[in-house]
Write a protein that binds this ligand. Structure first.
Ligand code: ADP
Length: 595
């Protein structure tokens, strides 16, 4: 009920007022009662003690007077004013000195039923009874008087009625003041709560919003007191917290993005072997989904490499390495333990080495091919030269000449291969730059076809040319493009049996591209080999290629050149007989200069 600060404040204020008023009230009431008591006895003292004459008169009987009690009564009545006797709350009585019986007084009704008080008892034994008793409901003084040969007691008794009515009024006053004080305390507590509790409540609301993750809310600072300082400190703290959280979030996002898009696969396992994290690359490489906390765990995925226990404690090296062939891919795996929040686990990094292995394979194959391609002409040169040396002068001159011709053509072939390899190596190292300039494609094609005409005729081929009208000028390296076209046309001449048909055509595709097609009705290339003929040294029929002086590098050089121009070269998807090669080039040349 009194949980809120406001209620507590009100309660404290009310209790404070009540206790204060009680203390003040008790003090006041006591003081008033004490004052009256003191007043009573000092009055009595003035009359009976300080006025010896009066006392003397009391004790000495006047012989003229009829009786003692009446005389005493008269004397006392005469001094009623000094004694404060009013006949209501304070009275005087003349009592018999031995029996205490009422003889005369200011109140006959009270007088006959006077109780025997301490002071009265004392007076009856001859002592003056003037002991004050603040706890008693009355005040009294009893004085023994011997008049003639009779003993009397002059007894003054105050019923404290006046004091009681005064204290009653005081109590009412105090209660009124109390009610007033409580009303003020309620009002004050409201005011206090306004100035004290309202900012605290605002601070609490702000703290709740911050706890709920809303940092945008700024608590207004109205005062410069302790609460004001606390509020502005809280605002600073919330701002600091927000920027720290933002930084953490950014870092997390960065790591998350990195983790999501990294090419290596990563799978993290808990110490119990459950998946706690994985990235898309890992799912793709392992060719399965890897749900977090799913049924598939470490043992099912990598248990064959090492049991989880060994992976968690891999020994001095700190990790375990393994490799795996999966779905045509070569994977390299690295199993390393980690400790996150003192929760050990295993991190598996999967590296796809298929490409690397393939490149390595190709490199080996390339070296083997180069060695082989160079060894064949070298062997020929060596054996012919040896024969010539061994049988120097013994061979008929025309045979000698034909041997020397073989040596010559083989060395030319070697020079040709070396030249092609140098061209390719320049492409590979990026040192080959295109000499771009605008030229007429139609003219370049015509020149190229004319240059091949003689060779085509030698084989009895018909070489036809068909150019779309309005073929534009293109920006390209004319010499290189001519080299590409020459290679394609000379291939058609080479791989078409004598008397074949070779057709060269060119045209425009849209505004920005031109195309060139060379088709023949020769031996063609089986579908299975078509993909590979742009590879270095790839030849469908090695013997035939070599026979016709081919190196197996022509089309790969052509592809490099066309790629540099940001064009395409491909075999047109037509079935045998023959082969159609299509080249497409951008009219404006490569968009961002040579690649
Ligand atoms: P090569 O110097 O052997 O001609 P290329 O790179 O120019 O080398 O050609 C690669 C291979 O593609 C050739 O060895 C040949 O087997 C095949 N080829 C190229 N053009 C044709 C064609 N027009 N008809 C049939 N086969 C072809």
């Amino acid at each position: 009920m009194f949980r809120s600060l406001h209620m507590k404040l009100m309660l404290i204020m009310t209790l404070l007022i009540i206790s204060l008023m009680t203390v003040v009230g008790a003090f006041l009431v006591n003081s008033v009662a004490g004052y009256y008591l003191e007043q009573f006895y000092s009055q009595m003292q003035t009359v009976f003690q300080n006025d010896p004459e009066f006392y003397h008169d009391l004790e000495n009987a006047d012989p003229e007077e009829p009786s003692g009690p009446q005389q005493l009564d008269q004397m006392l009545r005469a001094r009623a004013g000094d004694l404060g006797v009013d006949g209501l709350s304070r009275n005087y009585y003349v009592l018999d000195g031995t029996t205490g019986a009422y003889l005369a007084g200011s109140n006959d009704v009270e007088g006959v039923s006077l109780p025997l008080t301490h002071n009265l008892s004392a007076a009856l034994t001859g002592e003056v009874g003037d002991d004050s008793d603040p706890t008693a409901a009355y005040m009294d003084v009893a004085i023994p008087v011997t008049r003639g040969n009779r003993d009397y007691v002059v007894y003054i008794k105050d019923s404290k009625q006046e004091v009681q009515s005064l204290t009653g009024q005081l109590v009412i006053l105090i209660l009124e003041a109390l009610a007033f004080g409580i009303a003020i305390s309620v009002l004050l507590s409201f005011l206090l709560s306004k100035t004290l509790i309202t900012p605290i409540e605002r601070l609490t609301e702000g703290a709740e919003e911050v706890a709920a993750g809303d940092f945008s809310h700024k608590i207004e600072v109205d005062s410069r007191d302790e609460i004001g300082v606390l509020t502005s400190t809280f605002n600073d703290m919330a701002r600091q917290l927000q920027s720290t959280l933002q930084e953490v979030e950014n870092e997390r996002n960065k790591l998350g993005t990195l983790f999501l898009h990294m090419t290596d696969g990563v799978v993290a396992f808990s110490q119990h072997g459950e998946i706690i994290q994985s990235n898309p690359a890992a799912e793709e490489m392992l060719d399965r989904s890897l749900p977090i906390g799913g049924e598939v765990g470490y043992t099912a995925l990598f248990g064959d490499i090492a049991p989880l226990r060994d992976a968690l404690e891999p020994g001095a090296l700190g990790f375990l390495a393994a490799s795996r062939e999966l779905g045509g891919r070569s994977l390299e795996l690295l199993l390393a333990p980690f400790d996150r929040d003192h929760q050990a686990g295993v991190l598996v990094v999967i590296h796809d080495v298929t490409e690397r292995n393939k490149t390595e394979e190709m490199r080996k194959e390339f070296v083997a091919n180069v060695s082989h391609e160079l060894r064949t002409p070298l062997t020929n040169i060596h054996s012919y030269a040896e024969t010539l040396v061994d049988s120097a002068g013994a061979l008929p001159p025309d045979m000698e000449k034909s041997f020397l011709n073989v040596i010559l053509s083989e060395s030319e072939r070697m020079a040709h291969i070396v030249q092609d390899l140098l061209t390719l190596s320049r492409f590979d190292s990026g040192k080959s730059e295109l000499n771009l300039a605008p030229f007429s494609l139609a003219e370049a094609i015509e020149t190229m076809v004319n240059a091949n005409r003689l060779e085509a005729e030698r084989h009895g081929h018909s070489l036809t040319l068909e150019l779309e009208p309005g073929l534009p000028r293109i920006t390209a390296d004319r010499e290189r493009i001519t080299q590409v076209m020459m290679n394609i046309v000379s291939n058609s001449i080479k791989y078409t049996p004598d008397g074949g048909e070779i057709h060269v055509s060119a045209g425009k595709t849209g505004e920005h591209r031109v195309w060139l097609e060379v088709s023949d009705n020769g031996i063609g290339i089986p579908m299975a080999d078509r993909e590979r003929i742009f590879e270095r040294f790839y030849r469908v029929d090695k013997a035939r290629s070599r026979e016709s002086g081919g190196t197996g590098l022509g089309l790969s050089i052509a592809k490099e050149i066309v790629d540099q121009h940001q064009g395409t070269i491909a075999i047109v998807d037509k079935v045998a007989p023959g082969l159609t090669v299509r080249v497409e080039l951008p009219v404006e040349g490569p968009a961002h200069g040579p690649a």
